[in-house]
Ligand binder design. Structure first.
Ligand code: H2U
Length: 347
């Protein structure tokens, strides 16, 4: 019997993590007896006088937000990381190791109106969001080794507030996810003399089967090794190491990508599609000016939904005890996303 990747269980290698993911596409084909309901989403008020992220409102620490008209950034009132935390004592016991954890956590509001997301935002406003990301990245990146710009959307992902916003956690330490990527990207570059993600993009563009969206500067694809059913990666067509290296054309088309691609996500299950997303690029701090040709700036989207607006994939059982596993193939997920319109259609 000849191997068919759309039918036969197999393992796929994730070169960014040095790990395998089990793909069981035959299970994705099994009949679904459950209902696929359309969710009724509560309308989000444009301005809620009780929402601490809205302009002119009081936050948890008693501060009043300005009447901002575009973006607004403030230090999180409940920060996970602070700049002046004392360092734990050093230990020579390998089983009880600690390291200092200093940093800063910011919240960035995208727009004064709570009822907006990329799909219904003006491109000019999305552009201002990107400019603010860059400003924050430049400022924080001078000081911190890692600046994590990240967005959580939807109750399902634990997002506490429907107002369009992201969080920016900056740290003096190198967090696990980007550190592991860093090591793998570096090793690949040493071996093949090419940036892994540029090499990968070129090959994916030739194959085409996992491409979801493209414009002049950006490509969105479902990675060959994706774990989440509709996980995607956003890659620049031109090699770019850090967010601070983006030029005007890249920023302009990033705004278009954010609007059009997230509309596809919303159209897939006709809902405000939940996800965690964020950007990864070359580390900063003392290395801000250091050339790291092995790093390619990219964004990742990790959405939890599997089959409908209410049916979620859990990272549980086999994934926790043995190895990451998925049912629907990355190629089928890419096809389903590719088919979606780039403007929001309420079905
Ligand atoms: P998330 O919904 O993505 O968690 O972001 C909201 C953040 O806003 C959350 O981290 C912060 C919370 O700590 N916040 C404040 O800093 N002040 C407030 O008054 C409310 C929420």
């Amino acid at each position: 019997m000849a191997f068919n990747p759309a039918d036969h269980p197999h393992n796929r290698y994730n070169p960014l993590r040095g790990e395998w993911v089990l793909v069981c596409p035959h299970r994705g084909k099994r009949p679904w007896a459950g209902q696929i309901e359309k969710v009724r989403e509560a309308a989000i008020p444009r301005h809620d006088p009780k929402n601490p992220l809205c302009p002119g409102n009081v936050r948890a620490n008693g501060e009043v937000n300005p009447h901002y008209v575009h973006t607004h950034v403030f230090t999180n009132d409940f920060p996970a990381l602070m700049p002046d935390t004392p360092a734990p004592p050093e230990s020579d016991d390998p089983l009880f190791q600690m390291q200092p954890a200093r940093g800063t956590c910011k919240v960035m509001c995208y727009h004064p109106h709570s009822d907006l997301h990329y799909a219904n935002m003006e491109l000019s406003d999305i552009h201002l969001v990107i400019e603010e990301w860059l400003r924050q990245y430049q400022e924080l990146g001078r000081k911190f080794l890692w600046v994590q710009i990240m967005e959580n959307r939807g109750d399902m992902m634990g997002c506490s507030n429907p107002h369009p916003h992201c969080q920016i956690w900056s740290s003096e330490f190198f967090p696990n996810e980007p550190r592991i990527k860093h090591e793998n990207l570096k090793a690949y570059h040493e071996k093949y003399k090419k940036p892994l993600l540029q090499d990968y993009l070129e090959k994916e563009l030739n194959r085409g089967e996992r491409i979801v969206y493209q414009n002049k500067e950006w490509v969105v694809l479902v990675p060959f090794w994706a774990f989440w059913p509709f996980e995607t990666m956003v890659l620049p067509r031109r090699q770019t190491q850090r967010m601070s290296d983006l030029d005007e054309e890249q920023k302009k088309h990033l705004a278009v990508m954010l609007k059009e691609f997230t509309s596809k996500y919303d159209n897939l299950f006709d809902c405000a599609f939940p996800y965690s997303m964020g950007f990864h690029g070359a580390p900063t701090g003392e290395q801000f000016e250091v050339d790291m040709p092995f790093w390619t700036l990219h964004a990742v989207y990790y959405p939890p939904l599997l089959r409908s607006a209410t049916v979620k994939k859990f990272k549980a059982a086999y994934e926790l005890l043995a190895q990451d596993q998925r049912d629907i193939s990355p190629e089928l997920a890419a096809l389903r996303l590719r088919e979606q319109p780039t403007t929001r259609i309420t079905k």
